[in-house]
Write a protein that binds this ligand. Structure first.
Ligand code: FES
Length: 132
């Protein structure tokens, strides 16, 4: 197994930031329509930044491993920075391109996170996010 795949599996087996969040002020639940796997992102946003973040869910190694890595990466980011993130953010984070068959697995947590932030800001979800 290559190093990147090992890291994803390690996050899947020992996820970071998994569970509920006290005093959350943004959340969103999403699923992958191709398989039914699901995730909920919990956020505490403070002063335009992601102060704390966690996730709950059930899914494949790529979706849950990515959620663990992404939630580590997102802490402290501004809402503006998160709104600009897309597929390339996830591929850079993973260090591999999961390929078209597994791309939805890899982007599920980012899509959910961005949807939570759009709702928090009372904005409608943009098409780039909807298509993640
Ligand atoms: Fe369901 Fe990956 S197979 S999210």
């Amino acid at each position: 197994m290559d190093l990147y795949a090992e890291e994803i599996i390690s996050h899947y087996e020992h996820p970071h930031n998994k569970g509920k969040l006290d005093a959350e002020n943004a959340t969103f639940h999403e699923h992958n329509p191709l398989c039914g796997d699901e995730i909920t992102i919990h956020l505490h946003i403070d002063n335009g930044r992601v102060d704390r973040i966690s996730f709950e869910g059930n899914g494949c190694a790529i979706s849950m491993g990515t959620a663990s890595m992404l939630t580590d990466f997102i802490k402290g980011k501004t809402l503006e920075e998160v709104e600009k993130m897309g597929v390339s953010t996830v591929i850079d984070l993973l260090g591999i391109d999961p390929g078209p068959g597994r791309l939805k697995c890899a982007t599920l947590s980012l899509k959910t996170l961005k949807e939570a932030i759009f709702v928090y800001e009372h904005k409608s979800v943009d098409s780039g996010t909807r298509n993640l």
